[in-house]
Ligand binder design. Structure first.
Ligand code: NAD
Ligand code: TYD
Length: 352
């Protein structure tokens, strides 16, 4: 069995669904269902014997220790985190609590469990920590993409909290020998993405006839990866990664935010045209920039590709089209997550 934390969120749920569809191993899913956790994401596997869902906090040492003793996983994949940069600017405390303190407590519980395993099981055990390219800070236009040895220079409370957790994970390997793996992935997109993030927000607002908010000049660059490609990379790292190593994950898809939003508008114009026949692009609205907004992220994933033989299956064009189709076909899901709490956040962040 493997233990997945944060498996009701965007990437975690995609990982859980694809994991259970691909092999016979059982999966214990620990998630405390914050605003970003959604049981609807897991509807397809909720009746399945091989999927055990537990609502709980990664920082709850007693609970995590009990679960580890009871289910005896051979690996932990740690997705659980607060993940939205804008929320971290408005209120960093939850990010420190879950991403730093929570990861520390999880590591402590895992270390105690791991020390009690037999020799063979100890060596085979893995703690895979899912991190982000944002820990490396911001690139200039001509800089080469981030490698695994790029300097860690986080700029937002979110990325600083993730970098802190990365350091703890690294230290648990160096000091205690815990067989850890860390991945740094670029921006993901795809099904079950909460509509506070750029791509699902733009699809949602476009269809609702609302403004498509572009921060600043919209020329910030992100390196987009379809979420299932991130999941396949994580499976590969878990199976073949070398303990103590970190791996960058990305699909060589650098795009400005404006390019992304225009691509979305183009696909929506084709698949769900506006009643008045005009383009969704007319809803693009420039708004105040995010404080400390990182200008560019780009990932060099050649270590993962060359050493572990991973490659993404989707191009940006194929992945973004799949994503728009998924949102068009799952408007009920969108309607269910854009409840009162979501609307309060939108008003607080964007104003009316
Ligand atoms: P998300 O916000 O959609 O989901 C996070 C999940 O973690 C939710 O289900 C939430 O309920 C759960 N959670 C939060 N705090 C918890 C706690 N204390 N205990 C247990 N569960 C808790 O996030 P996501 O976009 O799916 O990201 C997952 C991981 O991948 C994060 O660690 C994030 O830093 C990393 N990451 C995300 C991206 C991206 O583009 N979204 C890119 C690279 C890395
Ligand atoms: P986001 O999806 O929040 O991911 P991250 O901040 O982790 O990269 O944002 C992606 C990019 O889109 C980022 O440069 C900020 C920008 N953005 C907007 O221009 N408007 C928006 O309303 C949002 C949510 C993001």
């Amino acid at each position: 069995m493997i233990l997945v934390t944060g498996g009701a969120g965007f990437i975690g749920a995609n990982f859980v669904l694809t994991w259970l569809a691909r092999n016979d191993e059982r999966l214990l899913n620990l998630d405390n269902l914050t605003y970003a956790g959604n049981m609807e994401n897991l509807a397809a596997v909720m009746g399945m014997d091989r999927h055990v869902f537990v609502r709980g906090d990664i920082g709850d040492t007693n609970l995590v220790s009990d679960l580890l003793e009871r289910y005896r996983p051979r690996a932990v994949v740690n997705f659980a985190a607060e993940s939205h940069v804008d929320r971290s600017i408005l209120g960093p405390a939850d990010f420190i609590q879950t991403n730093v303190v929570g990861t520390f407590r999880l590591l402590e519980a895992v270390r105690a469990y791991w020390k009690g395993l037999g020799d063979g099981e100890m060596g085979a055990f893995r703690f895979l920590h899912v991190s982000t390219d944002e820990v490396f800070g911001s690139l200039e236009p001509e800089d080469p993409p981030f490698t695994e040895s790029s300097r860690v220079m986080p700029n937002s409370p979110y990325s600083a909290s993730k970098a802190s957790s990365d350091h703890l994970v690294r230290a648990y390997h160096h000091t205690y020998g815990l067989p850890v793996l860390t991945t740094h992935c670029s921006n993901n997109y795809g099904p079950f993405h909460f509509p506070e993030k750029l791509i699902p927000l733009v699809i949602h607002n476009a269809l609702a006839g609302k403004a498509l908010p572009i921060y600043g000049d919209g020329r910030q660059v992100r390196d987009w990866l379809y979420v299932e490609d991130h999941c396949s990379a994580l499976r590969r790292v878990l199976a073949a990664g070398c303990p103590g190593e970190s791996y960058n994950v990305g699909g060589c898809n650098e795009k400005t935010n404006l390019e992304v939003v225009k691509a979305l508008c183009g696909i929506l114009d084709e698949l769900a045209p506006r009643a008045d026949g005009r383009s969704y692009g007319e809803q693009i609205t420039y708004v105040r920039d995010r404080p400390g907004h990182d200008r560019r992220y780009a990932i060099d994933a050649s270590k993962l590709m060359n050493e572990l033989g991973w490659a993404p299956a989707e191009t940006f064009e194929s992945g973004i089209r799949k994503t728009v189709v998924w949102y068009l076909e799952n408007q009920k899901w969108v309607g269910n997550v854009t409840d009162g709490g979501y609307r309060q956040w939108m008003e607080r962040h964007y104003g009316t």
